[in-house]
Design a protein around this ligand. Sequence first.
Ligand SMILES: [Zn+2]
Length: 158
Amino acid sequence: MDTPIELWALTVRQPWAWALARADIENRSWTTTYRGWLAIHAGRALVDDVACAQGFIAARLGPRWRPHHPRQSLRARGQVLALARLDAVCDGPAQGCRCRSPWATPGQFHWHFGAWHALRQTVAAVGAQGLWRLPATATATVLTYLDDPARHEVMAHA
Ligand SMILES: [Zn+2]
């Protein structure tokens, strides 16, 4: 019997949660020392200005961004959508940022993600602020919605 694991998770409001499943930078007002896999959780609330956020995403993803497509829609809320691997955080405000990613917004901490795994199905969970632990039962369900290589990769670093 495997020891139950609890993935670290990050709640992001839509549509940013969807975008983070494929963007190399997440802009945050706070930093973290954590490195490794994070469950990307779409919060129940939307961002205040959805049109503005969608415009930002559309400018970076082009035709790959189809906000009216069911899988890219704003409907997935209160759900874990994907796993993303946090590799580094740029302390932009303090250190002078040289990030060239089009996703990097000036004045924010830039969380650099280097790998992503989408889930075959989303998994319901209650989010929180900051980094939080996805309960073991929800983590186990998330892991079943990965293909085998992705699951091994995540579990090796969880
Ligand atoms: Zn930066």
